[in-house]
Write a protein that binds this ligand. Structure first.
Ligand code: NAP
Length: 347
């Protein structure tokens, strides 16, 4: 039996997994270190004395069942999630524990909703895809900006990244997603995903100070186009990325993030600027912080904490904005995120 404080982290020795392990410890949880590579797991366990390492493979359901024994919840940090999400959700359902992942592959996020919504709801289980920087934070911000609106005409989520040094996992997930959409691009318009071959537009975006005016790639479509419409009636959801960060990501010599502080964070800064429009009224909220991988850890761990303490609004497969009190969730992350609260602007 577990203590109720054991939280399994699949992909624990990955870049994001390590941030999640550290955050769980900081919050008084006991991470169980899960992954497929025994040597890498043992190396991590040596660096994290007192934590248990459990080797498990997505091809071996019995190994996943053993690895989840005694866990109160599981956070899946192992991507590409096209391979890992479904086996881990299945294992979490068998174990009767909540499942949270950090998947930014919108095809994998869609699959999680499509394949598990009914079963998770029937079981009273909670499954949260994209509970991270992309997908989760944008959804919390859009939900906060919407406030008392049940519907809006448009939601715009602009990512103001100072740079983007992608991890191997990010690059591999991009390759898998690209393959799954047949090399085509995707946007969310008219209440559905549309696949196309158009060149991405370059636009200007006014971020809050100090970032200010930046060149951004329009239709740089991220997981928010799955999470936001999963619970909000918004037919147009558009995401944007600073052109410099988009170029970093696709550079042939893209290098991995390097730590510049004691928490292991890189020097990368971000602003996520959200605008929602209904008729002639626009509402806006923004959040700023440091390192998109590092911030994913408090997002995922706060989600687990709220699920385990019953601070949820629904069951089944649900995005962050649907499951949690979004403004309250964001306030709880005030030591990691600086927030600019919603303003109404009449056009
Ligand atoms: N939504 C967001 O904002 C957000 C934020 C952070 C990360 N992510 C996503 O999270 C994933 C991991 O990112 P990362 O930065 O941690 O990358 P990383 O440092 O390269 O780590 C990837 C991890 O996934 C594991 N893994 C990959 N395929 C696996 C499989 N089939 N079975 C078991 N383990 C597998 C790797 O284990 P091995 O070393 O054994 O291959 C490694 O532990 C990526 O998909 C990334 O896009 C999303």
């Amino acid at each position: 039996m577990g203590s109720g404080r054991n939280v399994a982290v699949f992909g624990a020795y990955g870049h994001t997994g390590r941030f999640v392990v550290a955050e769980l410890r900081e919050r008084g949880y006991v991470p169980l270190l899960l992954g497929r590579d025994q040597d890498r797991l043992l190396a991590l366990a040596l660096a994290q004395p007192g934590l248990e390492a459990r080797q498990a493979s997505v091809d071996d359901p019995a190994s996943l069942d053993r690895a989840l024994n005694g866990a109160a919840a599981v956070i899946n940090c192992a991507g590409p999630f096209a391979s890992t999400a479904a086996p881990l959700v299945e294992a979490a359902l068998r174990a009767g524990i909540p499942y949270v992942d950090v998947a930014a592959e919108l095809e994998a996020n869609l699959d999680t909703f499509a394949h598990f919504a009914e079963r998770a709801r029937a079981a009273g289980a909670v499954v949260v895809p994209a509970m991270a920087f992309f997908g989760g934070l944008g959804d919390l911000l859009v939900t906060t900006a919407m406030g008392d609106w049940a519907a809006a005409d448009e939601a715009h989520i602009a990512y103001g990244l100072s740079s983007w040094h992608p991890t191997a996992g990010t690059l591999a997930s991009g390759v898998v997603s690209g393959r799954r959409r047949g090399g085509r691009r995707v946007r969310y318009t008219g209440g559905r995903l549309e696949y196309h071959d158009d060149a991405l537009p370059t636009l200007e975006w006014h971020f809050p100070a100090p970032l200010g005016l930046q060149s951004v790639m329009g239709e740089f479509t991220m997981a928010d186009v799955v999470t936001v419409p999963s619970h909000l009636a918004v037919p147009e959801v558009r995401t944007y990325m600073t052109a410099k960060a988009a170029a970093d990501l696709s550079a042939p010599d893209a290098s991995a993030p390097t730590a510049v502080d004691g928490r292991g964070r890189s020097a990368q800064t971000f602003v996520v600027d959200v605008r929602v429009r209904s008729g002639g009224t626009e509402r806006r909220v923004a959040a700023a912080g440091q390192d998109i991988y590092a911030i994913s850890a408090p997002l995922a761990v706060e989600a687990v904490d709220r699920i385990l303490t019953g601070r949820t609004r629904t069951t089944g497969v649900a995005s962050a904005g649907a499951l949690f009190d979004a403004p309250d969730f964001l306030r709880a992350l005030s030591s990691h995120l600086s927030l600019q609260v919603p303003l109404d602007t009449r056009g």
